[in-house]
Design a protein around this ligand. Sequence first.
Ligand SMILES: C[S@@+](CC[C@H](N)C(=O)[O-])C[C@H]1O[C@@H](n2cnc3c(N)ncnc32)[C@H](O)[C@@H]1O
Length: 197
Amino acid sequence: MHTESLNVVYFDKDTSFDYLYPRRIQNLSEMHWTPLEIAKKSSEYLSGPNSKVLDIGSGVGKFCIVAGFFEPETLFYGVEQRNDLFNLAESVKNTLVLPNVKFIHNNITALDFDLFDSFYFFNSFYENIKPDLGIDTKIEANAELYSYYTNYVYQQLDQRPSGTRLVTYHGSIKQIPSSYKLIDNTHHYALKMWMRE
Ligand SMILES: C[S@@+](CC[C@H](N)C(=O)[O-])C[C@H]1O[C@@H](n2cnc3c(N)ncnc32)[C@H](O)[C@@H]1O
């Protein structure tokens, strides 16, 4: 943890952290951004010195920024399709000065998972089948797109080497290849830690 940092005040509770963002983003937090406690627990499992963790759909960067604060020896990468959310993630990361956190503005399908050691996934494609619960009005219901993204991530995860760690928060276990063993299942079965066999 960056204990010497004055930033510690933001990592005490969710409302303090969310205050770094505009009101619209704060209001979306409970449903769309990873809670502090979950990000801390997940990052402990995913981290290792110099290892690279990818957040699949990083939104305003809450998971990566919290994880990067508590695990300074691990590199956290977030890929986000929405430009406005990517910009907010960059801005908060720069305010807090976290050199081990990087954001990429792109679609997940543009990324090669070979570049990363472990993965975090918070049910990012659900908005394609339930857009009314979404972040904004930019997404229309599209079950084919949901399947396309889900299959892409499934195939990429399946190709990872033995020992690869994955955390999922919410979502269906059908999205995870059977080559992954469930190691831990907590927080009312919402938070799952997996390992590639
Ligand atoms: C539930 S939010 C989670 C945000 C972040 N991981 C966190 O926990 O704080 C999911 C994010 O995934 C993004 N997303 C959805 N589909 C995507 C895709 N195909 N490529 C990149 N980002 C995507 C959405 O725009 C949204 O910001």
